[in-house]
Design a protein around this ligand. Structure first.
Ligand code: AKG
Ligand code: FE2
Ligand code: ZN
Length: 731
């Protein structure tokens, strides 16, 4: 357990707190059983086969507007029945968010980290969303038709074509360059018959060798090139960024000096009049091109029944459902004081406990009544309704500290009900069904949402979370897990106030946290606005009224407080854009540097994306292909190394919708080659690096393989840039 687990950590971990019940294992029960079985009988055991047929895929543009198939999530079934399919097109606009300079995709370093887990276990995720399957893709493809393309504005067709042209030029250039590289000595034909050839190059400059890895290689060339890599040292460092990319680091803020007005930019907002507005492609484009946007009147335009998320309805539906509570000092609206020091600070202290929806409802209601009676100076309003506090403080001894402070300065305390998990489709059916009225880009589940391709639940990210608030409830500053986008709807009746900094400035916010001795990722902080302005960091500030949707774009730093009594619902989405993918991958790498767990298993996700979608955006294609290249290279290299140690690799396969695996030691995602060690009667997944620390010879470690090499090769080779002329796809 981390003694000083912060609110932010828990907030983002939220999602995990419940889903990672399992302990430190990282292995599902099913997998443990299979390992036991394998250990005893492997030699005779028939191996499961994962043969899959080639499938017909739809393009991203098509996918945007389609519900995910039935296999993917049963909820989607209802969507498909209820909603007409919209003919829209993904916005190609992903440029700099005006008016601030925005680092270009390829240059923008960084993401930040993510929470360290409480030392408790590893993913054991309820797998409601099923992994996409060949059949569901066929469903999607079958539901497409040429009318989609015909309905597209001429300008869109043209821009699509220009992307293809550009790729032609680029790829020709790359192939020309390849001719000058040392590919001759790596050619498959030259090497595949010569097992010993690897040794010819062991002494070669590894930087030279690494330049030979290009996304234009096919899997055979890749395998041949891997055989040239040295295996005297274990291949423990794998990046999914560019070959030889340096580890990411927080970026400098854009240098352009901002005026007073630019430091307080107007928030991009749009008012929806009707359903047609809500489903227009322009709305999605608008959201995608700004760091943050508020979509006003969304609930009204779509006739969403927000009453389904009112405290009254929630209590009637599931009174005993768990609510995490954060006890916080009530602060004046935009300030954060350490009253004991008499100054404004960044640290945002809170004490964590748990209660139920019914009890929080009682507190929320009595807090409201208290305010009517103007009894606001009584300390903990309604606190008698909130009894079952636990001892998991966000800051060591914060409970005591808070009590002492309260006594000394008579601070008012409040309780914020956070991270209420609404993932259970049986418990929350009417609520989840209602959200299917949203346009595809904002839906919890959609074929065009990367998080729907993870294939398993990530609580609070690809499922809905609820927040229950009294005035002053604060969600401290953060970026979303792996820089995914976030959707938040205020249910009301009160308002919320939002603060946000464009993602290009996150390095500046990071540095200010460090300056204030608070960890950007682990810590819990509420920025002092003057400090931001002094550093030339702009801040959006706006009110979210009931029925307003807030779109938080990838990487946008934000913090939120309630002004009145209200509930909010929120989840994450991942638009299939190069910008989203790039920011997610960069954060994934930064998380590794910071030894932070990436809640989104980006490698597992990337292989699923390659299986499930056709990509026509050159940049996105190259980024995903690079991830496949780097991970396939790493898998092959690890396998060569393991075999050289005389360790057998056993094929284990994967259970349907099995969650991705994380190292039980260092929490890095472990893809395809799992090193299993029995620890305290549990089978714990390790990465190669941690396995070697436990056992340098790998003795006592079982090495399991999740996918056949032929399957990975097939996926890698079939993942090509999709040319969209006429959206011609075969049935
Ligand atoms: O409503 C809240 O307080 C949580 C806001 C937030 O961080 C989000 O929706 O991403
Ligand atoms: Fe957030
Ligand atoms: Zn590890």
């Amino acid at each position: 357990m981390q003694p000083n687990k912060s609110f932010q950590s828990s907030l983002i971990r939220k999602k995990q707190a419940i889903r990672m019940k399992k302990d430190t294992i990282g292995l599902s029960k099913g997998l443990s059983q299979r390992i036991t079985f394998l250990e005893g009988q492997l030699s005779q055991a028939p191996l499961p086969s994962i043969t899959s047929k080639r499938r017909q895929l739809c393009s991203i543009e098509e996918a945007w507007n389609l519900p995910i198939s039935l296999e993917m999530n049963s909820r989607q079934q209802q969507t498909a029945q209820m909603l007409p399919r919209q003919v829209t097109k993904q916005s190609p606009v992903q440029g700099p968010p005006p008016p601030y300079p925005h680092s270009q995709l390829s240059q923008s370093p960084i993401p930040a980290k993510r929470i360290k887990e409480d030392g408790t276990g590893h993913q054991e995720v309820t797998q409601n969303n099923s992994q996409t399957s060949a059949q569901n893709l066929i469903n999607i493809s079958e539901s497409l038709n040429q009318r989609n393309f015909n309905a597209m504005p001429e300008s869109n067709k043209n821009s699509e074509q220009s992307v293809v042209d550009t790729f032609d030029e680029i790829s020709n250039d790359i192939y020309k360059q390849n001719e000058t590289i040392k590919l001759e000595r790596l050619s498959h034909d030259a090497l595949s018959n010569n097992e010993d050839s690897r040794y010819d190059y062991i002494g070669a400059d590894s930087a030279d060798l690494s330049t030979t890895f290009k996304i234009q290689m096919d899997s055979k060339q890749l395998m041949a090139a891997v055989k040239l890599l040295p295996i005297d040292e274990p291949p423990v460092h794998c990046t999914v960024l560019q070959v030889n990319a340096p580890p990411p680091s927080p970026p400098d803020c854009p240098p352009q000096k901002l005026t007073q007005d630019q430091l307080l930019p107007p928030t991009p907002s749009v008012h929806l009049e009707n359903k047609k507005n809500a489903f227009s492609p322009q709305l999605q484009e608008f959201c995608l091109k700004h760091p943050i946007a508020v979509v006003r009147g969304l609930a009204g335009a779509l006739k969403l029944d927000l009453g389904l998320f009112s405290t009254k309805t929630l209590v009637e539906a599931n009174p005993d459902h768990s609510v995490e509570v954060r006890t916080q000092v009530h602060q004046s609206p935009d300030e954060n004081w350490d009253t004991s020091q008499g100054k404004r600070v960044w640290a945002c202290i809170s004490h964590r406990s748990h209660t139920t929806i019914a009890k929080y409802a009682q507190y929320q209601a009595s807090s409201f009544q208290d305010s009517l009676k103007d009894e606001s100076d009584k300390g903990f309003p309604g606190s008698q309704a909130m009894s079952d506090s636990d001892s998991k403080d966000s800051v060591s001894n914060s409970n005591i500290v808070l009590k002492r402070k309260k006594h000394k300065i008579n601070s008012k305390m409040l309780r914020f009900g956070t991270n209420v998990d609404l993932s259970d489709e049986k418990k929350w059916k009417p609520q989840l069904t209602e959200l299917q009225k949203l346009p595809a880009f904002a839906r919890v589940i959609s074929a065009a949402n990367m998080l729907s391709h993870v294939g398993h639940v990530i609580l609070g990210m690809n499922t809905v979370q609820l927040y229950m608030k009294v005035p002053g409830s604060r969600t401290p500053g953060h970026q979303e897990n792996n820089n995914f986008c976030s959707i938040n709807i205020n249910i009301g009746p009160g308002d919320c106030e939002w603060f946000a900094v464009p993602d290009a400035y996150w390095g500046g916010v990071h540095n200010l946290c460090e300056k204030n001795n608070i960890s950007y990722l682990h810590g819990s902080w509420w920025p002092v606005l003057e400090d931001l302005y002094k550093e030339n960091i702009p801040v959006y500030r706006f009110i979210q009224k009931p029925g307003d949707l807030v779109w938080v774009n990838a990487g946008c730093v934000h913090w939120v407080q309630s002004i009145g009594w209200c509930n909010n619902i929120a989840w994450n989405v991942g638009p299939l854009t190069a910008r989203q993918y790039s920011l997610a991958i960069e954060r994934y790498e930064w998380n590794k540097v910071q030894a932070f767990k990436s809640i989104v298993p980006m490698v597992h996700l990337s292989w699923n994306l390659a299986r499930n979608i056709k990509v026509s955006d050159t940049k996105l294609f190259e980024l995903i292909k690079m991830c496949l290249l780097q991970t396939l290279k790493n898998v092959l290299h690890i396998q060569e190394y393991v075999k050289s140690k005389g360790v057998e690799i056993r094929f284990n396969g994967r259970g349907k919708n099995e969650a991705s695996h994380y190292c039980g030691q260092c929490e890095v995602e472990v893809f395809n080659v799992l090193f299993i060690k029995e620890q305290e009667k549990r089978h714990v997944v390790h990465c190669l690096s941690c396995a070697l620390k436990l056992s340098p010879s790998l003795q006592g470690i079982v090495c399991l393989e999740e996918y056949r090499l032929s399957e990975l090769q097939r996926v890698y080779d079939s993942f090509t840039l999709h040319r969209t002329q006429g959206l011609a796809y075969t049935q």
